[in-house]
Design a protein around this ligand. Structure first.
Ligand SMILES: [Ca+2]
Ligand SMILES: [Ca+2]
Length: 546
């Protein structure tokens, strides 16, 4: 079904793209709208690879390899061992294309190229090859909703009302009235009409009702999938199609567009797609839409719970009970609307950061760590806005450079770069970095923590417990086995009754090391005591009796 739909869309796109009438302005650069056929198929990664822990990487800020002060793909490749050592099995690269913004990269000027600041296509190939060799998949940010105003397609489109690419963007001859998107007028006036650009004057929205545009974006996608890219993170998924001043977000059309994108990926196999839709994440995680989405909202509760908010903790415990399986957990990201860096929100309290990490990494099938979160990196106090969140990674205590570059960093370092960096935490078993490594290792030691059904969740004051039942690849059809997790944000010890266990169930301690195992009595009753501000993980081994 999906394949047929894609072919039909492609055919419609060729008609509109090649024979759509209108003139092109040959004084302006001509866009590359050539078709790209699928040439690669099998994934280089194991089945289900995306059920793991991703690192969200801002390439510009991760590692500079040539001393120009700007992070690049070769630098990132040099740091793959750090990521592998941490247990990371996926990378989300924020946009790597040439862009007009020169920073985050979401104002794309060429969807089939790499910004020269970051390197070359050969550097992408080398990164993917080296990542795959370490069992790490690489997904790209996918900006389907809008381009940069300087993109050749928009330069053509805005040049004249009868331009051949006019209908690739959203134009009105008369400036529409009555629109307010995120508090502003999304329409931008020109001498020959108004175009729709809700996020920034210089980021015009594509017309995704035009099948030619959708077909072209599929071509762009295949360009990267053919190179072995393992999937995409879809930017602004809630904003794809507009139907009016009261219908500019979360339109049914969005889900159809995303299902079409999903079909392009499915043609390859083993590819992952996750969507950004902050105000309706669960709808976009459905199978008829994106299939996976970031768990926006949950991150605020994770932070509030770590600060000692019992009501937020109850919401955290309950969240996975009703959320679709495709929800991808995270604690913060590159946008300040999602919150400041975790270390800033938790006042640099390492124990609170550890408990927050244990919570979302042990609750979720797929989780995303924002680069630097694993060392408690703060933002730069000297900066404002989102750039504060996107500072160079702190690798060493080197003054003014933090091991990020041999030159001058493009941006101020993290406020705590002198004290919180990888080098200082690497070999310290009590460090936050060692904690992230240990928690991710628990996911590997206990497969139910990744694949098991989330169950028996509850809170007692500031302590929460939950179980992940089944999911053991050895075979646990009755979901009798699994893992139990307890997390105590309070200062005093709490003793919890563990529900849902059968007689003589054995609880084998996996965390903390050295603590005793426990065994349920003949009625299945068992208690576990959590010290103040601590967590515990136990493997559930059913007793011999039924
Ligand atoms: Ca560089
Ligand atoms: Ca749009």
């Amino acid at each position: 079904m999906r394949g047929t739909t894609t072919l039909a869309v492609l055919a419609a796109g060729m008609l509109l793209g090649a024979c759509g009438g209108g003139s092109s302005n040959t004084e302006l650069p001509l866009p590359d709208t050539s078709a790209v056929a699928a040439t690669a198929s099998a994934s280089a990664l194991p089945e289900g690879w995306h059920r793991g822990v991703f690192m969200q990487v801002f390439v510009r800020a991760y590692q500079d390899s040539d001393g120009d002060g700007i992070g690049d793909l070769r630098g990132l490749t040099q740091r793959l061992d750090h990521l592998q050592d941490l247990g990371i099995t996926g990378l989300w690269l924020m946009p790597i294309h040439p862009s007009q913004d020169g920073d985050h990269g979401y104002a794309v000027t060429d969807y089939r190229a790499v910004t020269p600041e970051y390197g070359t296509l050969a550097d992408v190939d080398a990164l993917v090859r080296e990542a795959h060799a370490r069992g790490i998949g690489v997904i790209l940010d996918w900006v389907m909703n809008h381009s940069a105003a300087r993109h050749p397609l928009f330069q053509q489109s805005r040049s004249a009302a009868d331009n051949r690419w006019r209908e690739w963007y959203v134009w009105q001859r008369q400036h529409p009235a009555g629109w307010s998107v995120y508090g502003g007028d999304p329409w931008r006036g020109t001498t020959n009409g108004s175009y729709y650009a809700p996020f920034w004057t210089e980021m015009p929205d594509f017309n995704l009702k035009n099948p030619a545009v959708v077909a072209w974006q599929h071509d762009n996608l295949r360009f990267w999938l053919n190179r072995g890219i393992d999937g995409v993170r879809v930017d602004a998924a809630g904003n794809l199609v507009e139907n009016g001043p009261a219908a500019w977000e979360h339109q049914d059309d969005n889900h159809a567009v995303l299902a079409g994108t999903r079909a392009v990926l499915d043609r390859y196999g083993g590819r992952y797609m996750v969507c950004e839709a902050p105000s309706q994440p669960q709808r976009y995680a459905a199978a008829d839409s994106c299939g996976a989405a970031f768990a926006f909202g949950h991150q605020n509760d994770l932070v509030a719970a770590a600060r000692g908010d019992a009501t937020a903790l109850a919401r955290v415990a309950a969240y996975p009970l009703t959320a679709p399986e495709g929800m991808a957990a995270f604690a913060s990201n590159h946008d300040s609307f999602a919150g400041q860096r975790v270390a800033d929100q938790l006042g640099g309290d390492t124990t609170r950061q550890k408990l927050l990490a244990a919570t979302y990494l042990l609750q979720s099938r797929t989780a995303f760590v924002f680069y630097g979160e694993e060392i408690g990196m703060t933002g730069a106090g000297s900066l404002d806005g989102d750039s504060k969140l996107r500072v160079p990674m702190s690798w060493t205590g080197e003054r003014g450079r933090a091991g990020f570059t041999t030159g001058t960093p493009f941006r101020a370092l993290a406020g705590n770069a002198a004290t919180h960096h990888v080098e200082a935490q690497q070999a310290d078993p009590a460090s936050l970095l060692s904690h992230y490594r240990a928690v991710i290792a628990l996911r590997r030691a206990l497969p139910s923590l990744v694949a098991g059904r989330y169950a028996h969740a509850s809170t007692t004051g500031l302590a929460m417990q939950f179980q992940r039942r089944g999911g053991d690849p050895v075979g646990d059809p009755a979901e009798a086995g699994g893992a139990w997790v307890g997390i105590n944000h309070g200062d005093t010890a709490v003793t919890l009754d563990l529900p849902g266990l059968t007689a003589d169930t054995r609880l084998v301690r996996h965390w903390p090391a050295g603590a005793p195992d426990a065994v349920a009595d003949g009625t299945g009753r068992v208690q576990v005591t959590l010290a103040g501000r601590s967590f515990a993980v136990m493997r559930i081994e059913p007793g011999a009796s039924p």
